[in-house]
Design a protein around this ligand. Sequence first.
Ligand SMILES: [Zn+2]
Length: 189
Amino acid sequence: MTGRTHDLAAFTLLNLVYIYSQPSHLEFSTVLVSVGANLIGGLTPDLDQPTSEIWRKIPAGSFLGRVISPILGGHRFISHSLLGLAIFGILGKYLLDLMHPVLLVNYTIVWWSFMIGVFSHLVMDSLTKEGVPWLFPLPWRIGFPPFKFLRIRTGGIIETFIVFPLLLLANIYLFYYFYNIYLSFLRSF
Ligand SMILES: [Zn+2]
């Protein structure tokens, strides 16, 4: 999947989780940092690809990408698995602990937003022909639907004209159907 689809998928899942959990007393700073962490999480597994969008957003990213990609075993390897999800979770927690004195936000919510982003990335890449090694170090690449010919091509017509618009529609639906929840959320600031 392309970076923009991952961004939108991460946000969609975050939006969905928000609707069903409706955490109370969210500060504006927490919301802002959480959405940022969510979008970063949505791109994080592609740290294993030097040309990925996340590296393009970082200064000296193309150099760093070429160094870190082989450490992660190349594209769609450990960073695209449940083990990778756990490792990113631990590293994310560690980074947030370091930032603790600097940012006045709810760190648990920021961490969950980041993890939701990472998880959404794995789900979305599972829809592509290449699949994802969810059970790494077991070597199988798993995809949905299970038959490869039914899955989609990264950056292809189906992703651009069906998957991306469907994700947009899902957000519009959530905003429309649950507008009362968003309204009281906005009034809380
Ligand atoms: Zn990926």
